[in-house]
Structures are given as C-alpha cells and as structure tokens.
Design a protein around this ligand. Sequence first.
Ligand code: FMN
Length: 204
Amino acid sequence: MTTSSRPLRVVAVSGSLTSPSRTTALVEAIAEAFGRVLPVESHLITLHELGPHLGGALTRKQLPQVAEDELQRIENADLLVVASPVYRASFTGLFKYLFDFVDQYALVDTPVLLAATGGSERHALIIEHQLRPLFGFFQSLALPVGVYAHDSDFTDYRISDDGLADRIEKAVGRALPLVRSSFEERETIERTLAGEEAVDALSD
Ligand SMILES: Cc1cc2nc3c(=O)[nH]c(=O)nc-3n(C[C@H](O)[C@H](O)[C@H](O)COP(=O)(O)O)c2cc1C
C-alpha cells in the first residue's frame, strides 16, 4: 500500500432506536477492529440520536442542517459500517428512511460492512436478504462477510461472546484487501484532481 495522505474515513451507522444499544456496540466494535489494522478517523451515527431530527421530512431539502451534515458524512465515507436491529424481520424503518435521503450514486464502489442484531437466530439472513440488496441498489461494494449478533452475545450492552468477537475479526480480515484497494484508488483520484486544480490555478 502506498503511503496514505490521510486516515480512512469510517462512518458507522446504527439503526437502533434505543440507547444503550447492542447494535451501536456492534458497529463501534467493528469500527474499532478496522482501527487496529488501518489508520482511521471514525464517526458514529445512531438513529436513536438522529431520528428525531429527520422529523417528517419528505425531501432532503426539508431536513435540518444536522441531518444534512450526517448525510454528507455517509456520502463521503471511505468505508461504511452499517447495522440495524431486526424489527419485524427487516431493518428498522428509520434506518431505511435515512438511506432514502442518500444520493443514489454517492455510494458507488464504497465498501460497506453489513451487520445486524436480533432476538432470534432465525433472522440472521436479514444481512443477505435485506441489507445486501439495499447496498446493491447503491452499487456499493458490499463486503463479503457480514456480522449477525444475537442478544445473548451481549451482557449489559457490551459484547461478551468470544465467538462474536472472532466473527468480527474474520469479517474485518476478509474486508481488508478490498478496503485497502478501494482507498488507494480513491486517493489516486483525489491526487489527480488536486493536481489538475493546481495546474488550472497556475494557468489562471
Ligand atoms: C419492535 C421490535 C421488533 C423486533 N422484531 C424482531 C424480529 O423480527 N426478529 C428478531 O430476531 N428480533 C426482533 N426484535 C429484537 C431486536 O432485534 C433485538 O433485541 C436487537 O438486538 C435490539 O437491538 P438494540 O439493543 O440495538 O436496540 C425486535 C425488537 C423490537 C423492539
């Protein structure tokens, strides 16, 4: 990997409506795992905090600045870590509501690690049947291994199951080559654009 000019911008999105939250603990643990192997700058968005700011907006223009800022962070992320609790066999309505405001082409090729928590093992396929198609729509690079956690993997809203910790490490390990090459490509584009701007400035 070439020397990076900046840390990887990781944006973690938790679709949980509650605090404390197992889902939020899960996305934080995944973002931290990336931070152990790459220089990262992490930002956490929770629907528990952001949800009330979305109000009843029908269009992006109706959103307050705080929500617009978070959308821009999502759209400019080098890596997204997204997770939702399973609600009625899918992601929470507010999780989808947030992503309905994201520009259709802003996440093209963005690596996305998919994760979810649920009260039942039987809903683990939310990752393949709900989350993967959503990020397929965005033409994102949905990473190969997702992480599903059951309520019993947590104690007091902290990860307490070694198996879950291992699954996080495995998902991050499998994601790493893809995240690295995607970041290198982005940096090359950024350097090229910065170079073109410098040339334009000289010729003005
Ligand atoms: C309204 C509601 C609906 C739920 N529906 C499901 C479900 O369909 N399948 C499931 O496995 N768990 C379901 N659960 C359990 C949550 O997904 C689970 O407790 C999750 O870990 C909560 O995450 P949190 O601590 O981040 O809020 C539901 C919980 C609530 C409150």
